[in-house]
Design a protein around this ligand. Structure first.
Ligand SMILES: NC(=O)c1ccc[n+]([C@@H]2O[C@H](COP(=O)([O-])OP(=O)(O)OC[C@H]3O[C@@H](n4cnc5c(N)ncnc54)[C@H](O)[C@@H]3O)[C@@H](O)[C@H]2O)c1
Length: 457
């Protein structure tokens, strides 16, 4: 009944949304997503999805049970599949050679061996995870080690979606990149993958390349995005010393069409599971090829990000008379960015931990990430509360710390919040999100990133 069987191994932030959108646009393909996590698969099947992305629940409910299926039965679905996307996690290695930098490829290698073990017919294996350049060669060697003459073709198709806007990015991507070998079977596999995306992505946005360029482009795209954030953040530090205003500088600089205005927002630093890990991976690869200057250059992007987080913590402590011990501080936002519940590498983690170490008492409010905050800060249980109501979080607090750019923080009644707080009341806006002039008029002392403080003290 279905024209082709697509399988995706890994039902996470990438696998789930990507396959839901493919299923929606390709009704003649059967799309199955498998994962070793029974809990995750049960959540996908329950309608109470394991991840929050605007618009995702609607798409999943449209196609689930029709041509989109979630399962834990990895082996039997491998056997049935024609095309296998692999979107398992590739975190930074925490042990052995390359610890703290290299990508940990154990999940990928296990998956490749599982594909090999459970396949009696040839398949296209698509690298959806972000992988070090030349991984396809290693994966190909594992898959080719079968003695039954089964042919596997490894294709690279990195995912560029951003969390918080995953559905929008998948529906309307800037580009889809597909890299394949320049052989006949490589090009045939490439055409199969192009055919999937052609259902909804305009031809000119489907870019093809060789495998290595495709693998490397994903790492480079993330490195460039993170580099812009770190670049503007270094200038925010300079603005604070000189009374220049980072918003004005970013606007003037970004209007240069050669530079562009995106990703020039100064703040408490980037987070998310990818930027840091992918840059560290890039530096590790460069080092492996003896390109130490290249490695040092990119490493600095990550170091500046940590520096920016420390600077923000110092800004808070210095302005609160050098002590926050015993003081209640309301933290607005814990996810690494707005519109996601994902807290991986969130700057809020570092900020909260530092304040808790200083013995502050935190009241953390986030629309989607309170469960994650609870787990992440488990070592400090008893020193913080989780608040679903921002007004309750701020009640009796000495300060509000804005750690995530959730739009709903901008529409709160800050006059009411000010009245309910200890005085002097502070706002530390790590995202330059709120209307600072208004806050100042209500009575707050306002401190922000790269902009002169509006201080009443
Ligand atoms: N999160 C993003 O915004 C994003 C964007 C682009 C690319 N990527 C890349 O995509 C990859 C996946 O990222 P993610 O955020 O979806 O990760 P994730 O941790 O949310 O999901 C990975 C899933 O793979 C499963 N898994 C691991 N080993 C498995 C196995 N052997 N068999 C079956 N399932 C297995 C895990 O249980 C998990 O559910 C990473 O390489 C990441 O760098 C992520």
């Amino acid at each position: 009944m279905f024209r082709k069987n697509i399988l995706c191994i890994g039902a996470g932030y990438v696998g789930g949304p990507t396959m839901a959108v493919i299923a929606r646009h390709c009704p003649e393909y059967r799309v199955v997503v498998v994962d070793i996590s029974h809990e995750r698969i049960a959540q996908w099947n329950s309608g109470d999805l394991p991840i929050y992305e605007p618009g995702l629940a609607e798409i999943v409910s449209e196609v689930i049970g029709k041509n989109l299926f979630f399962s834990t039965d990895v082996d039997s679905h491998i056997e049935k599949a024609d095309i296998i996307f692999v979107s398992v996690n590739t975190p930074t290695k925490t042990f052995g050679l390359g610890a703290g930098k290299a990508a940990d490829l154990q999940f990928w290698e296990k998956t490749a061996r599982q594909i090999l073990k459970s396949s009696s017919t040839g398949k296209i294996v698509v690298e959806k995870s972000t992988l070090p350049v030349r991984t396809a060669a290693a994966i190909g060697r594992i898959l080719d080690s079968n003695d039954q003459g089964v042919h596997f073709e490894v294709v690279s198709n990195p995912e560029f979606l951003a969390e918080g806007s995953a559905v929008r990015d998948l529906e309307n991507p800037d580009r889809v990149l597909i890299g394949a070998r320049q052989t006949e079977s490589g090009q045939a596999a490439l055409r199969e993958i192009v055919e999937i995306y052609r259902h909804w992505v305009p031809e000119e946005k489907i870019v093809t390349s060789n495998v290595w360029s495709s693998e490397l482009s994903k790492l480079v795209a993330n490195a460039f995005l993170a580099q812009r954030v770190s670049s503007i953040n270094t200038i925010s530090a300079l603005c604070e010393k000189t009374n220049a205003d980072i918003e004005e500088v970013a606007r003037a600089v970004g209007m240069d069409s050669r530079i562009g205005s995106k990703f020039l927002k100064a703040g408490v630093g980037f987070g998310g599971s990818c930027f840091k890990k992918d840059i560290l991976n890039l530096t590790y690869i460069a080092e492996n090829y003896g390109l130490f200057e290249v490695a040092r250059y990119w490493e600095q992007v990550v170091q500046i990000n940590s520096y920016q987080q420390r600077r923000f913590v110092n800004l808070i402590i210095n302005n609160m008379f050098n002590t926050v011990a015993g003081k209640k501080i309301a933290v607005f936002g814990f996810s690494f960015k707005a519109d996601t519940g994902d807290i991986r590498e969130s700057p809020a983690i570092c900020v909260c931990q530092a304040l808790l170490e200083e013995r502050a008492v935190l009241a953390i409010h986030d629309p989607k990430a309170l469960e994650g905050a609870n787990q992440e800060l488990a070592d400090y249980t008893g020193q913080f509360t989780l608040e679903s109501d921002p007004y309750h979080a701020a009640l009796g607090a000495h300060a509000i710390v804005v750690a995530t750019d959730w739009a709903e923080f901008t529409t709160l009644d800050y006059e009411r919040i000010y009245e309910s707080m200890e005085k002097p009341a502070f706002v530390f806006d790590g995202r330059n999100l709120l209307d600072h002039q208004k806050l100042y008029e209500f009575g707050f002392s306002v401190h922000r990133i790269g902009r002169p403080s509006l201080s009443r003290i």
